[in-house]
Design a protein around this ligand. Structure first.
Ligand code: PEP
Ligand code: MN
Length: 344
């Protein structure tokens, strides 16, 4: 395995299903990643009320058994104060807050209030990003837990629901976790490539990108028999696949702070360019619709008053943002010419 000694690693199935399933998976993971913390959801926040919602309290004993027999730490998702109490009582010290909970400030405060009773315990709270791409909600959740007196907090990037990005289950929007790291340089940030990728074969790509940016660890879903998993079957790795991923993951040893900064900025540029291009395509599509309308109404394509109005607005805007007027004119000309072509 690569040198991941300084990384926070959480591996295990999406959900705990049976005692045999969690024990077999934990044993396999422990054999090649002895420092990893085992993860398994007991209470699953499912979109579909008919879907498997987790084994609940019954799974606590299985996690305790893993800790006792393998000496492996375990973790699960907590969504209510009762979950916290039950986990603490069962000796589970690594608790994560899911994306749907992070997005709910009242629930976050309720959990933080409950956690404030356990600050004497050696617990670590992992806070996933909210489902929507809103850094303020993520920071708010982190602050609530911090203000409750919890000192060991880890941010987990699991991607966001967005309208535009369809390549991934949850769009990475790397600029958000990067900005979080810029504002909280000492807060460990780990990546959950499983829930970003949404499919087994792409987990490695996302994990590799995270390591290149300089994340502090990974949470990856791993199931002894992924195809038979009761939740997230399409994105889990077998223990062998996980071992292979870790062995081939390029971990940067001489990652200077400058390198990290440069990579982070380039990542942001790539994302901004993606957005610009998506918007240009949209603009051209709308232009085409306008073209159809004009044809129907027998209107000429070129409406010079309208173009003058657009240009004036952009020139005023350019001045305000200290961008050269002739650059704005050139750019608008290219975009406008393309739009006119669409209408022809
Ligand atoms: C999970 O980790 O299985 C999970 C439900 O994650 P998220 O909250 O990121 O959707
Ligand atoms: Mn899952």
């Amino acid at each position: 395995m690569n040198d991941l000694t300084h990384n926070i690693l959480l591996f295990g199935p999406c959900s705990a299903e049976t005692r045999e399933q969690v024990l077999a998976t934990a044993k396999a993971i422990h054999s090649f990643a002895p420092q990893a913390i085992f993860r398994a959801g007991l209470w699953k926040p499912r979109t579909d009320p008919q879907a498997f919602a987790g084994v609940g309290e019954a799974g606590l004993a299985w996690l305790s058994e893993i800790q006792d027999t393998l000496g492996m730490q375990t973790s699960t998702e907590i969504a209510t104060p009762q979950h916290i109490q039950q986990c603490i009582a069962a000796g589970i010290r690594h608790l994560w807050i899911g994306a749907r909970t992070t997005a709910n400030p009242i629930m976050m405060q309720t959990l933080a209030d409950c956690l404030s009773q356990y600050t004497h315990e050696d617990i670590t709270i992992y806070i996933k990003n909210p489902i929507n791409p809103d850094i303020a909600l993520w920071i708010g959740a982190i602050e609530r837990v911090r203000q409750a007196g919890i000192t060991q907090i880890v941010a987990v990037h699991r991607g966001f629901s967005t309208l535009y990005d369809t390549e991934w289950r949850n769009a990475p929007v790397w600029s958000i976790p990067i900005e979080l790291k810029r504002r909280y340089p000492t807060l460990p940030l780990i990546c959950d490539p499983s829930h970003i990728a949404g499919r087994t074969e792409s987990v490695q790509t996302i994990a590799q990108e995270a390591m290149e940016i300089g994340y502090n660890g990974l949470m990856i879903e791993c199931h002894a028999q992924p195809t038979k998993a009761w939740s997230d079957a399409q994105q889990q790795l077998t223990p062998t696949q996980l071992q292979q991923l870790l062995a081939t993951l390029a971990v940067r040893k001489n990652n200077t702070p400058q390198d990290n900064t440069l990579l982070a900025l380039r990542k942001q540029i790539d994302e901004i360019d993606d957005e610009i291009w998506q918007l240009i395509v949209r603009r051209l599509e709308v232009a085409q619709e306008i073209g159809e309308y004009k044809r129907e109404k027998q209107m000429p394509i070129l409406q010079s008053d309208r173009y003058k109005e657009i240009l004036q607005k952009r020139l005023a805007w350019a001045e305000e943002h200290n961008i050269q007027a002739d650059s704005v004119l050139k750019l608008m000309e290219v975009i406008h010419t393309e739009s006119v072509k669409k209408q022809l």
